[in-house]
Design a protein around this ligand. Structure first.
Ligand code: NAD
Length: 246
């Protein structure tokens, strides 16, 4: 372990905490094989976010998104499994330490690791919703259509299908955001794991937590603009730091 003293300090901060919240981003799932958006191996170095992640483009040219889903998104998320960092957060919840995981991720891996209380700020790509009848379908069911029908249609009503995720140009779900703000305001320890902390409004949550008296810890491979408000910062792999906690 590179710095046992700081790991001990994190362990002690967790032991002292009564209401801990974790805030996760794409970096926690990088070691499960899901590329982040930003960083050297991020998706945005290969794909244009204006095309695959923008709601106007989705409606204008749905084939572009569904091809991206078929070739890139689905194969990666379908085979991804939770890693040690997801497991550590799930165990901290089971021990009664961690109250809530607020996640920007759309991969469902935190729930797959066993966490019960997860607030998904940006939705979940495993759910595909029909914009006409409101029915949800699994991504596996929709994927099966893609060889013969692109864009895919709702099997129940032939309506337009959309992944249940927040695209650029869409608002975050109000109820989830309110719960996330409330959890950030009432926690005493706010643990950021694997987020560049540049996407708004999600990245304001560590600031909210700090302003309400919480201690902030950031575990992210690269520096973030909010490192200065954190009591403890690890520029390391999420599973390396969290894996030795529990
Ligand atoms: P981001 O791509 O902006 O930043 C990811 C950060 O993770 C980087 O700063 C990088 O230094 C760090 N990182 C990479 N590997 C790491 C590791 N092993 N351990 C610790 N840190 C590591 O991601 P973001 O801040 O979550 O924001 C971007 C948006 O990306 C979110 O809205 C999210 O919906 C979306 N996204 C989600 C997934 C997913 O669900 N897995 C994947 C890609 C993008």
């Amino acid at each position: 372990m590179s710095d046992p003293t700081r790991h001990d300090l994190l362990q002690r901060m967790i032991e002292e905490s009564k209401r801990m919240v974790a805030f996760t981003g794409a970096g926690i799932s990088a070691e499960s094989g899901i590329p982040t958006y930003r960083g050297d191996d991020g998706l945005w170095n290969k794909y244009d976010p204006v095309k695959f992640a923008n709601i106007n483009h989705f409606f204008k040219q749905p084939d572009y998104y569904w091809n991206f889903f078929k070739e890139v998104r689905y194969p990666v998320i379908h085979r991804a499994r939770p890693n040690k960092a997801h497991a550590a957060l799930a165990q901290l919840e089971q021990k009664g330490k961690l109250k809530t995981v607020i996640t920007q991720n759309i991969d469902g891996l935190q729930q797959a690791a066993g966490s019960q209380h997860v607030l998904e700020l940006h939705g979940n790509t495993r759910r595909i919703v029909c914009l006409k009848c409101g029915q949800c379908h699994s991504m596996e069911d929709v994927y099966e259509q893609l060889d013969t029908r692109l864009p895919p249609l709702c099997p129940d009503c032939n309506g337009t299908l959309k992944p249940d995720v927040v695209f650029f140009g869409e608002s975050l779900p109000t109820d989830v955001l309110e719960d996330a703000i409330s959890a950030s305001q009432s926690c005493d320890l706010f643990l950021v794991v694997g987020s560049s902390l540049v996407v708004q409004p999600a990245a304001t949550l560590p600031v909210t937590a700090r302003q309400h008296g919480a201690r902030v810890v950031i575990i992210n491979r690269d520096p973030t603009p909010l490192d200065g408000i954190a009591e403890l910062v690890f520029h390391s792999s999420a599973s390396e730091v969290l894996g030795c906690l529990v």
